[in-house]
Design a protein around this ligand. Sequence first.
Ligand code: GBH
Length: 474
Amino acid sequence: YPQSETDIQPRFPADFRWGAATAAYQVEGAARTDGRGPSIWDTFSHTPGRVLNGDTGDEAIDHYHRYRDDVALMASLGLTAYRFSVSWPRVQPTGRGPANAAGLDFYRRLVDELLAHDIEPWLTLYHWDLPQELEDAGGWPARDTAARFAEYASLVHDALGDRVKRWTTLNEPWCSAFLGYTAGVHAPGRRERAAGVVAAHHLLLGHGLATQAIRSRDADAQVGITLNLYAMATATDSDADRDAARRIDGLQNRFFLDPVLCGRYPGDVVADLAGVTDFGHVRDGDLSTISTPLSMLGVNYYTRYVVTAAESHANVDGHGGGGDGSAGSPFPGSEHVAFTHRGLPVTHMDWEIDAAGLGEVLRRVATDYPSVPLYVTENGAAFPDEPGPDGAVDDPSRVEYLDGHLRACADAIADGVPLGGYFAWSLFDNFEWSWGYDRRFGLVYVDYATQRRTPKTSANWYADTIRRWGNGGR
Ligand code: GBH
């Protein structure tokens, strides 16, 4: 990979976390092993037509059995932290009741292996795999699911709290709520405008209750939530486009940031949703639970939204939009908005590459919200990587993407943003949700036929970068 001698070396704090991330359903496989129950993603991926090519996470990359080799690979790259998620139905096969010891044991082994290699475990409790029985009882639109989540969090903390100090309650509740219950492109595949709004509230309530449960067990635990935040732009300066951008920013960013960090829903978004719900599902005291102080905020950043007012809905990801206008939009009450591009290079997901947007998002959170330590818990890109004739996998576009976004992080830090770490998404190629195995985000290539792992050029570049920039940039 190219390296310019004259490039300014970005500076990072000496204790900056250099990590990579995965999620349980995307990598583990072993879907019926050691008493694991079914989750909504098992049901969804086994429903014809939901996932590209009929792919499922049944085997995924078999991380459940290969975790030892996988941790050794992390160590060889010099990672100082690894972000993974726990599968709720491994711990509670039906979402209720006592812990399934065999399921918890996998995470004990994984965490011990990480610690033995001096890699800090960053544990996410929920990366979208709700036990199917809880969905059958109403799913996230049912208030009881929040209480069930806090109980599950307690079980995991009781088993791992002595070894794990970094806890993330939810990954991207926007996706669980609005892709799962309103757009229907993620599990459980429901298309109900109000259900996404109510689900979002119960996810956030579950986050607050779980945070309190963990803190009551360990006052020193570092607990946070990860949100998928987007930089914003408008197609033109028209009032209509600006209002469209305000609406999308409201539902995507502020609808989660404001309750968690300020204890209130944004008034303009509540007004936009007037035809969707009257917020009768919000009870006294909920917002103070939801705004239980955080130790850290995780930011997942991939791209910028370029928004324009439109006659009819056009889907964000060019997929799952449905034929009937508003039904497939993940933005209830704001369906008449379209997403466009500005002609920048795109990734295999058709997302524009916009590293400056990451800096904007970090500065915005640091400026507009009460101070909280920030971590980039996901950032990365899909490209159609394939091995060359020599078996090597060269991915210069991913190197360029990561380099640009890490430099944006360093610039934000220089401006005073309290950013403490960066996790590349993803360590491995894996099950990319509704796109199945057709989109490769990994720094490490996986040959799904043999499960052979091959570090791509980007993995070697990241290892080298951690060495060069990882000691305060000296
Ligand atoms: C993250 O979501 C996830 O946390 C991670 O698991 C995922 O692998 C990664 O991004 C890369 O996508 O095409 O209509 O099915 C980021 C937000 C939301 C982006 C879902 C992809 C697909 C919607 N993602 N979206 S659709």
